[in-house]
Write a protein that binds this ligand. Sequence first.
Ligand SMILES: C[S@@+](CC[C@H](N)C(=O)[O-])C[C@H]1O[C@@H](n2cnc3c(N)ncnc32)[C@H](O)[C@@H]1O
Length: 197
Amino acid sequence: MKLGKIVESLPGWCTPKKAQRLFDLVIESNSQITCELGVFGGRSFIPMALAHKQKGTGFALGIDAWRKEASLEGTNSPENNEYWSKINYIEVYRKCTHAIRVNEVDDFCSLIRMRSQDAGFLIADNVIDILHQDSAHNIETITAELNLWVPKVKIGGYWVADDLLWEEAKKGYAKLPEFGLEMIEDHHEWGIFKKTR
Ligand SMILES: C[S@@+](CC[C@H](N)C(=O)[O-])C[C@H]1O[C@@H](n2cnc3c(N)ncnc32)[C@H](O)[C@@H]1O
């Protein structure tokens, strides 16, 4: 499936190349539950939902607070906080739900509008096949997500981490091996890790 045009029509940061890799990973691994923390306009989420649609099984679960307060939590640079305080979150959320309808993936995905630190309590352990971590890139949020969400990923499942080189995120991502996450693909700014234990 050619994802380039779809990806470029959506607000966010995921590149067409990364979107294609996420799509392929869902297909190759026959993921049944794919989860994303940090959806924004659906630029990485819609491709994963489309993969479930192509497979005809499973679904993508997207978790995003779509609220300024969540984006400003933790240790961020002043520029980062300025950027995230100006976003029209309701409009971005609306664009994401619109993209779900337009791409006809309603039956293959769902959104939860909550902070990842709160939504994690609703999900059972050992159920997620692929998790894409792309919410706030600071040590506090990354660490909270690792503690809460790694147990929800099956052993042998995949953890995709975004913005590995982001200054405020580096110390958080340095903890991935402590959680049994072993890098299997290094895409420079993002990577795919396998849960080994
Ligand atoms: C970098 S954007 C996601 C980009 C998207 N995955 C893409 O590829 O275009 C980060 C998103 O995380 C959300 N966010 C920030 N802190 C969060 C938290 N604690 N829980 C859930 N979502 C959060 C923001 O609302 C924002 O939409």
